[in-house]
Design a protein around this ligand. Structure first.
Ligand code: NAP
Length: 269
């Protein structure tokens, strides 16, 4: 029974991993969340089989070490796939360009620190907590959900000057993945930084997107079209997770440390 631990599984892409993986009854799926009770209620309402929800916070290394012990009991001492999905999205700075921080230097530093704390340090805490269980697996795969926004090429072509602390933290997470790949090559652990694509997770009801969000997404879609003219808008979490799981399944030790997209390439859209 292959096991999957999803760190940051309460909603969006993380929750979709639970939903998609639970369609295969042979999977053991463990979702970590900051508020497990709410997520457990959702899992029960959605009647997802083989899904366990435990407490884990990316910014709290002790919580990850504790939960790894609980996970070990559920999986028989090994973890096959560790997927670090949760992230601090720095909503305050989502529409700010570098020059907008004149006079707002403290805000820049605070948001950079928060982004690096969750998205980079949190990934390191998670991997370190689960390394002993990954070593005991025959599959040994670690995925850090990154973002195409960490690629200078798409930033330049799409002319996206905003969302700096977030994009910088994802670029730093990609470096962390490359470093881990080097350290644990001898143990056969495969690491991947994986962009999920442009995904509709911000709207509660994707068929009824609030006007302000719809306008922001329409603008982003226009920018993305400069990079990939066929982009119509965000894809669904279902589509993204299905594609990500295919990439995860196919990744080999030769590719360990790479930064790839849901397409399995370096095309981000
Ligand atoms: N959607 C996109 O288009 C897109 C594009 C590129 C990359 N991504 C990446 O995909 C991943 C998921 O994004 P999403 O769109 O699904 O975002 P989302 O719907 O806003 O979900 C963010 C998730 O991160 C969790 N989280 C935040 N801080 C955490 C912490 N300290 N510890 C544990 N979990 C924490 C949240 O949990 P709470 O409920 O507790 O807040 C939530 O489950 C992120 O890494 C994001 O950067 C998304």
């Amino acid at each position: 029974m292959p096991s999957y631990v999803i760190v940051g599984a309460s909603r969006g892409i993380g929750y979709q991993f639970l939903k998609t993986l639970s369609t295969n009854p042979s999977n053991i799926i463990i979702g970590l969340a900051r508020t497990p009770s709410a997520v457990r209620a959702k899992v029960t309402a959605d009647t997802l089989p083989n899904v366990h929800i435990l407490h884990g916070d990316l910014t709290d290394p002790a919580s990850l070490i504790t939960v790894a012990k609980e996970v070990s009991k559920l999986t028989g001492g090994a973890v096959d796939h560790l997927i670090i999905n949760g992230a601090y999205l720095s909503e305050q700075t989502m529409f700010m360009k570098p020059g907008d921080f004149v006079g707002k230097e403290t805000q820049f530093l605070d948001e950079l620190n928060a982004s690096m704390h969750t998205n980079v340090a949190g990934a390191l805490y998670s991997v370190n907590a689960f390394i002993p269980l990954l070593k005991s697996s025959a599959i040994k795969k670690v995925v850090v959900v990154s973002s195409g926004m960490a690629d200078p090429g798409i930033i330049s072509v799409s002319e996206i000057a905003e969302s700096i602390p977030y994009a910088m933290s994802k670029a730093a997470a990609n470096i962390l993945v490359a470093k881990y790949a080097v350290e644990y090559k001898k143990d056969g652990i495969i690491f991947l930084a994986l962009s999920p694509g442009y995904v509709q997770t911000r709207a509660e009801d994707p068929d009824n997107v609030p006007p302000e969000l719809a306008a922001a997404q329409a603008h982003l879609t226009e920018q993305f079209r400069k990079y990939e003219p066929s982009v119509k808008g965000p894809i669904t979490p279902e589509e993204s997770v299905e594609m990500q799981l295919k990439v995860i399944e196919g990744i080999t030790m030769e590719q360990s440390g790479e930064f790839l997209s849901h397409l399995g390439t370096k095309r981000w859209l």
